[in-house]
Design a protein around this ligand. Structure first.
Ligand code: ACO
Length: 431
C-alpha cells in the first residue's frame, strides 16, 4: 500500500508524504503544499491538525487510553507519585534512586521565593484571582534568577535546576496567592516535608500551629497533580510550545501556559463544575432541569466537566478520580450533597441520547473539584491546582522543542476574508 497521499487541485496532482506514529497514528505531511501549489490547509481550532511529533504522551481518545512515556496512567496512579512522574515526563525515563534523590533535592532547595518577591504580592488587590497572581509571579520570579534572565536557547547547562525551580516555586507562589487573598501571613516551606505535604503546610499552617497533614489528604492531592501532569497538545501546552518556539525563556513560556489554562473551557472547568453543582443544589434541582438547559443551545449553559476534544469515551483520569473521591470522602467521614448531585448528573447524562450521540463523557474536572473542596481548597484555587500539576508537562514540551535542532518558530497562516484594497479617508470626509 502506498505511503504517500495524492491531492488533485486545479487539474494538477501533488504527492504528499505520510507519517505514522508508534501507535499507528497517521498523518499527511502538508508542510510543502503551499510552496508547491499556493494552497494552505484550513482547520480552525486545529481539530484535525497535528502541530508536532512528540515522544511525551500518548492518548487514544476513542479507547480512553492515556500513557506518559508509554506507561498507562492507571499504573502510575497506582504505583508512582507526582515527583517521580514529573521526572518521567520531563526526562523520558523512570528515575533511578540516585536520579530521584537529585531531583527531589533540587525541588527542596529551590522551593523558597526570593525575600524581595514578597513585596510583589502586596500589590495585588485581595480580590485578585490566584491564576492572575500565579501567571504574573512566575514571570516575576524569572527576574530574580540570573540564569533564566541570561537564557540561551539550547545551551542551558542548568536546565535541571531551573526546571525544578519552576515546579517548586509554582507551588510556593500558588500557596502564597491563597494566603494573600485571605489576609494570612506567608508560611515558608519545610525541608522535612515532601512536595505535596509542603503545599498543604504552606496553604493551611498558622505561625502558631502547624497544619496536621492527614496522609489520605496528601495522597489524594498528589494523585490530582499526577493525573494532570501532561495531556499532549491541549490549549495550554500548545500555547507553551508556541511561546517557546520564539526561544522565550522557560518561565515566560510556562507563565503563558497558566493564562491559557485559566479559561472555563480548559483548566477553569473544575471551578465551573463546582459552581454548577452548587447552583443546582441551591435551586433544589435534582439535575434534570440543568441537563435540559445544557442541551438547549440558547440557554448559554453546558454540562461542565463533560465532553472533551480528544476523548470520545470515558476520560481514564475521571475514572481514577471518581474512585479516589469516594475513598477520600469516606475516610474523612464527609458526606457532600454535591457528590450525590454529580453522580446523578453523570448517570442521567450517560443515558441521555444528546450526550450519547455526541460521545460526551465526564472529563478529569468532573470529580476533582469535590475532592479539593473536601480538602478545604477554595474554588478559585482549583485551576491553580491544575497548573501545579501541569507544570512538568509544559516543561517537557518546552525541552522537547529546545532539544530539537530543526525546531522553527510556530507561525500559522490564515485565509483573509476582510475588506479588499481600501484607502484612507480624512476625518471630514467620513460618514
Ligand atoms: N454540555 C453540553 N453540550 C456539549 C458539551 C457539554 N459539556 N460539550 C460539547 N457539547 C456539544 C456541543 O454543543 C456540540 O453540539 P452540536 O454538535 O449539536 O453543535 C457537540 O457536543 C460537540 O462539541 P464541540 O463543541 O465540537 O466540542 P469541542 O471539542 O469543541 O469542545 C470542550 C470540547 C471544550 C471540552 C467541550 O466539550 C466543553 O465545553 N465542555 C465543558 C467544559 C469542560 O468540561 N472543559 C474541560 C475540558 S478537559 C480539560 O481541559 C482538562
Amino acid at each position: 500500500m502506498s505511503k504517500e497521499a495524492t491531492l488533485e487541485l486545479e487539474g494538477k496532482s501533488y504527492t504528499l508524504p505520510t507519517v505514522t506514529g508508534t501507535e499507528n497514528e497517521k498523518a499527511v505531511d502538508i508542510s510543502s503544499l503551499r510552496a508547491n501549489s499556493g494552497y494552505i490547509t484550513l482547520d480552525e481550532a486545529y481539530g484535525n491538525t497535528g502541530s508536532c511529533v512528540s515522544k511525551i504522551t500518548f492518548i487514544d481518545g476513542d479507547k480512553g487510553i492515556l500513557r506518559y512515556r508509554g506507561i498507562p496512567i492507571e499504573e502510575l496512579a497506582d504505583k508512582s507519585n507526582f515527583v517521580e512522574t514529573a521526572y518521567l515526563i520531563i526526562y523520558g525515563n523512570l528515575p533511578t534512586r540516585a536520579q530521584l534523590k537529585t531531583f527531589s533535592d533540587l525541588l527542596t532547595e529551590n522551593s523558597f521565593l526570593p525575600e524581595n518577591m514578597k513585596f510583589h504580592f502586596e500589590g495585588f488587590p485581595s480580590t485578585a484571582h490566584p491564576m492572575a497572581i500565579l501567571s504574573a509571579m512566575i514571570n516575576a520570579a524569572s527576574c530574580f534568577d540570573e540564569k533564566v534572565m541570561r537564557w540561551q536557547w539550547g545551551k542551558v547547562k542548568e536546565f535541571e535546576a531551573i526546571a525544578a525551580k519552576l515546579i517548586s516555586q509554582t507551588r510556593t507562589i500558588a500557596a502564597y496567592s491563597y494566603r494573600k487573598s485571605h489576609g494570612l501571613p506567608l508560611i515558608y516551606p519545610k525541608k522535612a516535608y515532601k512536595f505535596t505535604e509542603n503545599f498543604l503546610h504552606m496553604m493551611f499552617s498558622m505561625p502558631y500551629e502547624d497544619y496536621e497533614i492527614k496522609p489520605e489528604i496528601a495522597k489524594a492531592l498528589d494523585l490530582i497533580f499526577l493525573l494532570h501532569a501532561d495531556h499532549e497538545q491541549n490549549c495550554s501546552t500548545s500555547t507553551v510550545r508556541m511561546v517557546a518556539s520564539s526561544q522565550a525563556n522557560l518561565f515566560a513560556s510556562c507563565s503563558a501556559g497558566v493564562c491559557a489554562l485559566w479559561g472555563p473551557l480548559h483548566g477553569g472547568a473544575n471551578q465551573a463544575v463546582l459552581e454548577m453543582l452548587d447552583e443546582i443544589h441551591k435551586t433544589g434541582d435534582d439535575g434534570s432541569k440543568f441537563i435540559a438547559a445544557a442541551k438547549d443551545k440558547n440557554s448559554g449553559k453546558k454540562l461542565m466537566g463533560f465532553g472533551h476534544r480528544v476523548y470520545k469515551n470515558y476520560d481514564p483520569r475521571a475514572k481514577i478520580i471518581k474512585k479516589s473521591c469516594d475513598e477520600v470522602l469516606t475516610k474523612l467521614h464527609i458526606s457532600d450533597p454535591l457528590l450525590d448531585i454529580a453522580k446523578h448528573l453523570e448517570e442521567a447524562a450517560l443515558k441521555d441520547s444528546y450526550f450519547v450521540e455526541r460521545k460526551l463523557y465526564p472529563n478529569v474536572d468532573f470529580y476533582s473539584g469535590i475532592i479539593m473542596r473536601a480538602i478545604g481548597i477554595p474554588v478559585e484555587m482549583f485551576p491553580v491546582m491544575f497548573a501545579i500539576g501541569r507544570m512538568p508537562g509544559w516543561i517537557a514540551n518546552y525541552k522537547e522543542i529546545m532539544d530539537e535542532p530543526k525546531s522553527r518558530i510556530c507561525r500559522p497562516r490564515q485565509i483573509y476574508n476582510g475588506a479588499a484594497l481600501n484607502h484612507y479617508v480624512p476625518i471630514e470626509g467620513r460618514k
